[in-house]
Design a protein around this ligand. Structure first.
Ligand code: UDP
Ligand code: MG
Length: 323
């Protein structure tokens, strides 16, 4: 018997959960016909939701022993949710799926085939369109992927979703990376393994709304770059060298001009511009350094990635309703 763990991170998703549950049950019935030797478990991660998400999940668990859950003490973010899911998953294969059905469950059999029959360690999905998304957001997303791939040695695939199935080996590899600044798209690239990419058209959310504001995405992208590249530091150093060289050229120019034309006072406006410009560059470079320093500071504290408030693991001992 093989076990497939399905991890579903949820944050304020009381509307989406019933729709998702209905859909996944349907998919898994079909799935079971093709893979009769595979059992599955559904692990919901309640990421400190403020609405009825947790009670919704508990209700499902009352009637369905395949449902498990972990509930956080507060909102830790989706990356922490994924980590908790991986830690709690007991499956030989693990799949991460959004609750809003933007990760079509219908792709699951094909993904499972890739890791069980075709010799891949992982099957991941990427959306080839960004239909239904504001164009400005798509534009910045594309710029971000171009930039991070230039800066980082680790390959980060444009349009890659978190919807991915992994073998036990790969899950253990991901879990062995215990950094708190978790940019999972980079972590998958970093651990390597053979990955099959499946492409699909973007699907819009079934219910509720996205948790990502433009500002949050921007900060997230900076975290991603800092987590997977130190080139911005090298660029800062190079800028410094370049401006030192320029200053040297300017000094020679001014000395020569003074000797030839004897005009020491002109050029104040241009000097103000130069001072401001270089001051700006300096502050920018210090900011870049600060960003790395702050990340190093956070990492040295070795804080836990998430804190559990309750989970079905403990409920098993106390709750007579569950099996
Ligand atoms: N999510 C989470 N914690 C958060 C934000 C989101 O667990 O702090 C979950 C959310 O419930 C959903 C998934 O992550 O299942 C993707 O979130 P969302 O649909 O808002 O992101 P998008 O699809 O717009 O990128
Ligand atoms: Mg979504």
């Amino acid at each position: 018997m093989q076990l497939l763990s399905i991890i579903v991170p949820c944050y304020n998703e009381e509307q989406a959960i019933p729709v998702f549950y209905h859909e996944i049950k349907k998919t898994m019935e079909e799935f079971h016909k093709e893979f009769p030797d595979t059992e599955y478990e559904l692990i919901f991660i309640d990421d400190g939701s403020k609405d009825g998400t947790l009670s919704c999940i508990k209700e499902l668990r009352q009637s369905d022993p395949l449902v498990r859950y972990v509930s956080f003490s507060r909102n830790f973010g989706k990356e922490a949710g994924i980590f908790a899911g991986l830690e709690n998953a007991g499956g030989d294969h693990v799949v991460i799926m959004d609750v809003d059905l933007q990760d079509p469950p219908a792709l699951l059999p094909e993904m499972y085939r890739a890791v069980t029959k075709e010799g891949y360690d992982s099957a991941a999905t990427r959306r080839v369109t960004r239909k239904g998304e504001p164009p400005i957001r798509s534009f910045f997303a594309r710029c971000f992927y171009r930039l991070i791939n230039r800066l980082s040695e680790t390959e980060i695939v444009d349009g890659a979703r978190d919807y991915r199935i992994m073998s036990r080996k790969m899950v253990d590899a991901v879990l062995s990376m215990r950094e708190s600044n978790r940019f999972t798209k980079g972590i998958y690239g970093w651990v390597g393994f053979r990955t099959k990419w499946l492409e699909y058209e973007n699907v819009e959310r079934v219910a509720g709304e996205t948790k990502w504001s433009f500002w949050k995405l921007l900060l997230y992208s900076i975290d991603g770059i800092v987590a997977f590249s130190t080139k911005p530091l090298a660029i800062a150093a190079m800028l410094g060298l370049f401006f030192t060289f320029m200053a040297f050229v300017m000094i020679i120019f001014i000395i020569v001009r003074k000797l030839v034309f004897g005009d020491p006072t002109s050029g104040w406006p241009s000097m103000v511009c130069i001072v401001l410009f270089i001051g700006g560059i300096q502050l920018f470079c210090m900011g870049v350094m600060g960003e790395y320093l702050s990340k190093a500071y956070i990492e040295t504290k070795k804080r836990p990635i998430y804190i559990e408030r309750e989970s079905s693991n403990e409920a098993d001992h106390t709750d007579p309703v569950s099996e």
